[in-house]
Design a protein around this ligand. Structure first.
Ligand code: 5GP
Ligand code: ZN
Length: 113
């Protein structure tokens, strides 16, 4: 399957992984929108948040737990950070392999554009 995030997870596309385990991998975004901008993705190919099912609930919890861990590692846990999923093109999704953005290191405005 032609999916860049599957390729990153399977190490077919050289990308420095900042975290990996049996369920997820994390790496720096190619075009960072904040001083800290990481992507956390499941190893399993799921196109969008619309496609998760009951069996994925532990995986989604694990992704958020990973975000918490990375935020602590990057020293942004106390100042604050944002975890974002863009679901489908209307929300700005461009890569159709589920991913969560971890953004921090600057003030975040609200609401997002
Ligand atoms: P989306 O717009 O789908 O929510 O987020 C996709 C993100 O993936 C974008 O922020 C984009 O910069 C990032 N991205 C796209 N291709 C690559 C890549 O090959 N490597 C990395 N590290 N990030 C990528
Ligand atoms: Zn994929």
């Amino acid at each position: 399957m032609e999916c860049i995030f599957c390729k990153i997870a399977q190490k077919e596309l050289p990308t420095k992984l900042i975290y990996e385990d049996n369920l997820v991998v994390a790496f720096d975004d190619l075009h960072p929108r904040a001083p800290i901008h990481k992507l956390i993705i499941p190893r399993k190919h799921i196109a969008t948040l619309n496609d998760i099912t009951d069996i994925d609930m532990p995986l989604i919890g694990h992704i958020l737990h990973t975000a918490q861990k990375l935020a602590k590692d990057c020293d942004i846990a106390e100042q604050g950070y944002r975890v974002v999923n863009n679901c489908n093109a209307g929300a700005g999704q461009t890569v159709f392999h589920l991913h969560f953005h971890l953004l921090g290191g600057r003030e975040m405005s609200w609401p997002p554009g």
